[in-house]
Ligand binder design. Structure first.
Ligand code: 5GP
Length: 156
């Protein structure tokens, strides 16, 4: 398995996959090593190794398709009491295949799936400090962002 090419090979039909949805931009298929039965992957057809390389419009479509698949899972024969979405962006985040993919994971009680973390309880001042830093990064990345896009970026 080439972690840079396998999903491009699936898109091109050079590698096998069990497809559940396809449109001009997006493909969804069964994960070959499911974390729970029915585990799906939603990928862009264009090659994008990371979110930084992915057109945000296509990124939005990944979520739209994932949302429809979450509903479909609940109506299918897959056991599905809940659904988790998961996306690993970068090796440190657990990414193993370097073609962006959204995991859609059906959940049942006691299925063993979970995220490990060490949650903390920071002070409001610490949250505000990091929020300001992130706002600054948004402003630098998208100078016209607040006006050009719908919704509000809290930039001041
Ligand atoms: P990541 O850790 O990068 O978020 O997830 C990669 C996922 O791709 C894993 O869940 C793995 O099982 C799945 N995967 C890797 N190779 C293949 C393949 O050839 N076919 C399919 N259907 N899934 C794959």
């Amino acid at each position: 398995m080439d972690p840079y090419r396998i999903f491009a090979d699936i898109v091109a039909g050079r590698a096998p996959s069990s497809k559940v949805f396809e449109d001009p931009d997006v493909l969804a298929f069964m994960d070959i090593r499911p974390m729970t039965p029915g585990h799906l992957l939603v990928i862009p057809k264009v090659p994008a190794r990371s979110l930084a390389e992915l057109d945000p419009v296509i990124g939005g479509k990944l979520f739209q398709v994932g949302q429809r698949l979450a509903a479909a899972l609940r109506e299918s024969e897959v056991r599905c009491d809940g659904v988790n979405f998961f996306l690993a962006d970068g090796a440190t985040a657990g990414q193993e295949v370097f073609h962006v993919h959204l995991h859609v994971i059906p959940r049942t009680p006691g299925d063993g799936f979970g995220l490990r973390s060490r949650a903390t309880s920071p002070r409001r001042a610490d949250l505000d400090y990091l929020a300001a830093s992130i706002r600054g990064a948004v402003q630098r990345a998208e100078p016209g962002g607040a006006d050009a896009q719908e919704g509000t970026w809290w930039l001041t």
